[in-house]
Design a protein around this ligand. Structure first.
Ligand code: GLP
Length: 264
């Protein structure tokens, strides 16, 4: 696993955004896998700035989001569709018809899950998947005990996740306990994965992801099986890793090699 440790959240957002900008420059019709939560917001701001300064265009890009609350319609302010419109899509030149978020208001959510998988396949698969991580190691809404081969499906949220995400809901507001999420198997099929984590409260999950055993108890540990995954994390999220200096050394050597090859 490639682990890039940077000073702070701002540096993480910049580094992560550059990966996406390079991807879209190389392949203007890239299929992006996108994430919600507070961590990717700064990366989305970087992408918006890059679009406004003419560095990147999303005209031919399509996107699939990881997950959605089951029971919220797309206009609900806490829905992930609403979030994506607000934080990214409304500010760039992407064709909204090419942006997909699992339908939280589907009449038949089981069929909707299968259709989501089909839609990803029809677009040729995800070129690059952005991930955050939950404190319990969840990716998307794949909570601990999720099958490592799982596909898009309905998932019950753990108490920990419900509590962590309660901050986005008003005291009397309905907070769903169910979600539709891409599976771990779905995520592992994307060609590249970029996971962002910042802050001390993610340190344990990052340690388990990188240095722990491959286990459904930490869904993100399944990324150890992926050929092209990069974790972009700040010093605080890296603080429990056993050998921070080693990961930094590897990154410096990688950069030197890329520079020598003219690919930096
Ligand atoms: C939610 C999302 C995840 C996200 C996680 C962490 O549960 N379903 O995709 O990674 O929150 O969010 P944050 O970045 O706010 O810590």
């Amino acid at each position: 696993m490639k682990v890039v440790i940077l000073k702070d959240a701002a540096a993480v957002a910049k580094y992560g955004a550059n990966i996406f900008i390079k991807q879209i420059s190389r392949k203007p019709d890239s299929v992006l896998g996108l994430a919600t939560g507070s961590t990717p917001v700064a990366l989305y701001k970087e992408l918006i700035d890059a679009y406004k300064s003419g560095q990147v265009s999303f005209k031919k890009v399509s996107s699939f989001n990881l997950d959605e609350y089951l029971g919220l319609n797309p206009t609900h302010p806490q829905s992930y569709r609403y979030f994506m419109n607000q934080q990214l899509f409304d500010h760039i030149d992407i064709d909204k018809a090419s942006t997909f978020v699992p339908p939280g208001d589907a009449e038949d959510p089981f069929t909707a899950c299968a259709l989501y998988e089909t839609a990803i396949k029809q677009k040729g698969g995800i070129d690059i998947q952005l991930l955050g991580i939950g404190r319990n190691g969840h990716i998307g809404f794949n909570e601990p005990s999720s099958s490592l081969m799982s596909r898009t499906r309905i998932k019950t949220l753990t108490r920990a996740t419900i509590d962590d995400n309660a901050r986005f809901f008003g005291p009397d507001e309905y907070q769903p306990h169910l979600s539709i999420t891409m599976g771990i198997g779905t995520i592992l099929e994307s060609k590249k994965v970029v996971l962002l984590a910042t802050g001390e409260n993610k340190a344990e999950a990052i340690k388990a992801t990188v240095e722990g055993p491959l286990t459904a108890a930490c869904p993100a540990s399944a990324l150890q099986l992926h050929e092209q995954v990069v974790l972009v994390i700040d010093e605080a999220a890296a603080s429990l890793l056993s050998d921070v200096e080693l990961y930094k050394h590897i990154e410096i050597e990688n950069q030197k090699l890329l520079e020598r090859l003219g690919r930096a």
